[in-house]
Design a protein around this ligand. Structure first.
Ligand SMILES: [Zn+2]
Ligand SMILES: [Zn+2]
Length: 113
């Protein structure tokens, strides 16, 4: 259908007109529109099916382990409820290296964080 231009469509319309008569055109157009709509619905359903399977998987980061005391904490927690260690990544003030949460010293330059 990609090569169909306006002249080709007009020719097809003319052929339809000759074969079926002008009265049939709304019916055919309706049928075509219905077919296209059904086709679009089918493709949308197929797409949504593919999308639904991915988020259906359980979130693997439901909880995090404290790097300091090893106890599990909520993934939304910013500090360990047991020892108070921050779970946020720390940026080294000296070299700007982003260190893993719980690091007390910069992994790049050894500066205390
Ligand atoms: Zn802790
Ligand atoms: Zn550093």
């Amino acid at each position: 259908m990609g090569n169909l231009g306006v002249p080709e469509l007009l020719i097809i319309l003319l052929i339809i007109l000759v074969f079926f008569g002008a009265k049939k055109i709304p019916e055919i157009a309706q049928g075509l529109g219905k077919g296209i709509r059904e086709f679009k619905n089918a493709t949308r359903e197929a797409e949504s099916d593919g999308n639904e399977s991915a988020p259906a998987l359980p979130n693997p980061v439901a909880s995090i382990t404290c790097p300091s005391c090893g106890k599990a904490a909520s993934a939304e927690a910013r500090h360990c409820p047991s020892c108070g260690t921050s779970f946020e990544a720390k940026t080294c003030l000296k070299c700007k290296t982003v260190n893993r949460p719980g690091n007390k010293f910069c992994s790049a330059c050894g500066t205390q964080l």
